[in-house]
Design a protein around this ligand. Structure first.
Ligand code: GLU
Length: 545
């Protein structure tokens, strides 16, 4: 009886009935195998790759089971400017095309009928459940004060809890109605704590969809379920929201495993059935000694999802790389299905890696080279331009002014070839790799003999130069000039008596290549000439070393 009176005394204004709340969240009608899952980020101002990893796994699980994915903003602990932090989350998810079936729009409209999808708008719901637990004697108000200074807090904790290592019972757990009333009349603030029913000796078993059956010490702490500011810590909000919103699989990082026993005690206290968990390993990096360490937003720029946009990685490169980390089978699948979209790769919970994946930039670059190699020229141009519009405005101007030229560049040696070039893994590289398309190369330093030969060759070649209309034509012409000037056009002959020639045909081509690109290696010169146009090619051929 006292418990009911205490509940009413501490939360007189909360009149929400649990029955009515539950009615608003009817059981979802699901088909066999359909998964309801969610991404539940806290707005911190950046999107960590670990969080995005969870989002992407949830997205795939929902997609692969024709299920439901919703977005829940967990903003009950936020001190910072929320609007901007929320925008970061929405913008990154949006740019990666992670679409949700249910969410709240940035302007505050709930899409879906299991909202509000933002926790700070659900405070009355948490309070109603806390009140109910107090009324049932499963939770209690705690009036212990937070004092200033770390020492004080530590000492207070020591005396506050019957701290025998086994259990942490709070001294306020058995306050009488009269005692509570005295505190309330004094206008003292209070938190609500769960009154654990465990004694510290129990163990609990729970099943994780990735890791299988796990066993741990059951919770034996009277932990806080509602803070004195009326906001719930993660555990309480998780138990209530994932139950009401009909989540069937909770995908979250494995850092939550250690607190799962506490979560399960809450589910039990609230009378909720358990939900399935899928705890994912955290993404790691190898340090200099070859040891694994958690990827860190302080040390590793690639821990922040913005990094990939800034560096100009296509979104599919990043997503394919994440798939590769989620399930190593993806790599083989990709090899066997080079033309399929990554979306066609299906995996279930049991296929998710149990080992912490190691982030490897070289691997990402490798995947990205393949992704870019498969793009059409138009697609590469469009995505490159939109990258430039954001991160390199002068380049964007150039790309737009001379659209045809740069589309040709994007198509060069990629479309309609059996083996497309794979030398680019991000948009930022295109400008560096093809600097000679943007401006004439600086004159390359050659040794004395090469210089004489190169100048002689260019002199002769440019005298009768006509824009070639095919690769064959351009080569035939170089060959003709080379023969005239005493270069070997047959490699066998050249090898037999190199002293008889000025060089072989490859050497002759190299002179033209150097004049036009400033490099010893490049895609076929014919294609480059086509992009540069006759006037520019002539002017480059007129330069001398
Ligand atoms: N807000 C929590 C986080 O960002 C969510 C964890 C979960 O998915 O349950 O870590």
């Amino acid at each position: 009886m006292d418990n009911k009176k205490i509940a009413q005394l501490i939360f007189p204004e909360n009149t929400l009935k649990i029955k009515d709340i539950i009615k608003k969240y009817p059981k979802r009608n699901l088909k066999e195998g359909q998964v309801v899952t969610r991404f539940a980020p806290s707005p911190t101002g950046l999107m960590h790759i670990g969080n995005f990893f969870q989002a992407f796994i949830s997205y795939n699980l929902a997609k692969n089971t024709d299920g439901i994915l919703f977005l829940r903003i967990e903003d009950t602990d936020e001190k910072r400017e929320l609007k901007e932090a929320k925008e970061v989350i929405y913008s990154i998810l949006n740019r990666f095309n992670i679409n949700f079936d249910e969410y709240q729009t940035l302007s505050g409209e709930d899409i879906g009928s299991y909202g509000p999808y933002v926790q700070s708008q659900r405070l009355e719901i948490y309070k109603a459940f806390a009140k109910e637990l107090v009324a049932q004697g499963k939770a209690f108000p705690c009036f212990c004060k937070k004092t200033q200074g770390k020492e004080d807090v530590l000492n207070q904790r020591k005396t506050k809890f019957a701290n025998d290592d086994e259990k942490e019972y709070d001294p306020c757990r058995d306050l009488s109605y009269e005692e509570v009333k005295k505190h309330i009349d004094n206008n003292e603030s209070f938190a609500i704590r769960l009154k654990t029913k465990n004694k510290g000796t129990e163990r609990i078993k729970f099943y994780d969809l990735i890791k299988g059956e796990l066993e741990a010490k059951a919770n034996a702490k009277d932990f806080v379920i509602l803070k004195s500011d009326g906001r719930p810590p993660y555990a309480f909000a998780h138990a209530i929201d994932d139950t009401l919103m009909g989540t069937t699989v909770v995908v979250r990082g494995e850092e939550y495993i250690s607190s799962t026993p506490a979560h399960l005690e809450l589910f039990e206290a609230l009378g909720f059935p358990f939900i399935k968990y899928c705890h994912n390993p955290l993404i790691c990096k190898l340090d200099e000694e070859g040891n694994r360490r958690k990827i860190s937003k302080r040390k590793d720029p690639e821990a922040n999802m913005m990094y990939y946009f800034e560096q100009g990685y296509p979104i599919d490169s990043v997503l394919e790389y994440l798939l590769n980390m989620i399930n190593s089978g993806f790599e083989i699948w990709r090899k066997n299905n080079p033309d399929k979209k990554w979306q066609d790769f299906e995996f279930g919970v049991s296929d998710i890696t149990t080992v912490a994946p190691i982030f490897d930039l070289l691997k990402l670059n490798d995947i990205s080279k393949n992704v870019i190699a498969k793009m059409s020229g138009e697609e590469l141009y469009t995505t490159w331009l939109s990258y430039a519009k954001q991160y390199d405005k002068p380049l964007a101007e150039i790309l737009q002014q001379d659209k045809d030229k740069y589309i040709k560049l994007c198509k060069m040696d990629r479309e309609n070839t059996i083996k497309p070039r794979k030398d680019i893994f991000n948009y930022a590289m295109i400008k560096d790799n093809f600097d000679y398309i943007f401006s004439a190369p600086k004159v390359f330093e050659l040794d004395a003999q090469d210089k004489v030969n190169a100048n002689e060759f260019l002199e002769e070649y440019s005298k009768t130069f006509k824009m070639p209309i095919s690769n064959e034509e351009w080569f035939a012409k170089v060959k003709q000039v080379a023969e005239k000037l005493g270069y070997a056009t047959d490699n066998k002959q050249y090898k037999l008596a190199p002293e008889k020639f000025k060089g072989n045909i490859a050497k002759a081509c190299e002179f033209v290549r150097l004049a036009i690109t400033g490099k010893k290696n490049s895609p076929t010169l014919y294609s480059i000439m086509e992009i540069l146009g006759e006037k520019e090619v002539r002017s480059r051929l007129n330069k001398r070393f």
